[in-house]
Design a protein around this ligand. Structure first.
Ligand SMILES: *Cc1c(COP(=O)(O)O)cnc(C)c1O
Length: 361
């Protein structure tokens, strides 16, 4: 077996331990004579996996009893629509802080359903920074405030969670969920597509406070109803059983290495290695992002020309460093260094960057 280092933004690299355990058990799940993904989701065995995954998420993220955990289909994108469908009623508006492509998409869906207000928009600055609290013109009457905690394409992360007073704060955390402990007293809802930092694609991981869920509309189609999913413990319809299982395996791996404290330490070590490399390159590699808004998960950089960027990506691929092409909407290079990317992977990338610069400087 030869695994390469995969820096893709999503679907993304997963812990080898989780992949191995899944492959060992895929055909015959714990001597049941069938695969877990062939079983009824109403049976005892699947129920055990489902319950354990939710319990592990609660334990690792220290999610208080005031918040529910939901495992839904439709990824993060369904949440873009589900949130306004559930909470954006006639006569009120919602605040969407726009810091990049993903928060813009969420805002567009809000706008398709109801009235939105944009308290701050980073578009004129090419989405290179997160605003300070003082810059936000928040509406005290808003149904909710929506942010994207980590913009996967632009490579910026909120270094704080904004104070929204009594208005519920909702965060799309698709690319930085499970990378640090969270201040639940400030967050009424967090959601993430599974395929970045948790599992394969096909699931939306949602944490929602009971106080917010109480306000969810009930006169809408069943799948869009948070109250129904809460009531049925995410088993209203057939759950994405394979993704739930893989999420559980990844969470077990996180717990086994020391939980979010260890994850956060590795995250900082990896991100610092890359940002230091960029800074020490004398302008050969350029990160366009404001220093205080730098993402430790998705690190973006440019080279002196597009030709060199193309050559860089091709040569990196040949050396077993894949997925370094920036998002097609912005170009350049990007390394997504989620939890499962080992420190050696980043070290190998940094060595390659030094070598490439020496040969093409
Ligand atoms: C990838 C991503 C999404 C979209 O996720 P899907 O699961 O594909 O719907 C939304 N928000 C952010 C921040 C992302 O990185």
């Amino acid at each position: 077996m030869s695994r390469i280092f995969n820096f893709a933004a999503g679907p993304a690299t997963l812990p080898l331990e989780s992949l191995q355990e899944a492959s060992e058990k895929l055909v015959d799940y714990e001597k049941s004579g069938m695969s877990l993904i062939e079983m009824s989701h109403r049976g005892k065995i699947y129920d055990g996996v489902h319950t354990e995954t939710i319990a592990l998420a609660r334990e690792i993220l220290s999610i208080p009893d005031s918040h529910h955990i939901l495992l839904l289909q439709g990824g993060a994108t369904l949440q873009f629509g589900m949130i306004p469908m559930a909470f954006l009623q006639e006569g009120v508006s919602a605040d969407y802080i726009v810091t990049g492509s993903w928060s813009k998409k969420a805002c567009d869906d809000g706008n398709a359903v109801g009235t939105v207000n944009i308290p701050w928009n980073g578009k004129d600055e090419n989405y290179t920074r997160i605003p300070a609290q003082e810059e936000l013109k928040l509406d005290k009457e808003a149904a909710y405030v929506h942010i994207c905690s980590n913009e996967t394409i632009g490579g910026i992360q909120w270094p704080y969670f904004p104070d929204t007073g009594e208005v519920p704060l909702i965060a799309d955390m698709s690319s930085d969920i499970m990378s640090r402990p969270l201040p639940w007293e400030k967050l009424d809802m967090v959601y993430a597509g599974a395929q970045k930092n948790l599992a394969p694609s096909g699931m939306g991981f949602v944490v929602i406070s009971d106080r917010l869920a109480q306000n969810a509309r009930k006169d809408i189609p069943a799948y869009l109803r948070y109250d129904l999913h809460i009531d049925k413990n995410s088993l209203y319809n057939t759950p994405p059983s394979f993704v739930v299982w893989m999420t559980g395996l990844t969470l077990k791996w996180i717990k086994s290495i020391g939980g979010l404290q260890e994850i956060e330490q590795r995250r900082d070590e990896k991100a610092q290695m890359l940002y230091r490399m960029i800074e020490c390159s004398g302008g050969y590699y350029r990160n366009p992002v404001d220093k205080n808004s730098r993402s430790p998960m998705n690190i973006v950089w440019r080279l002196p020309s597009e030709e060199l960027e193309k050559k860089f990506i091709e040569e990196a691929n040949r050396q077993g460093l894949s997925g370094l092409k920036g998002h097609r909407s912005v170009g350049g290079c990007r390394a997504s260094i989620y939890n499962a990317m080992p420190v050696e992977g980043v070290q190998t990338l940094v060595n390659f960057m030094k070598q490439f610069m020496a040969q093409n400087g």
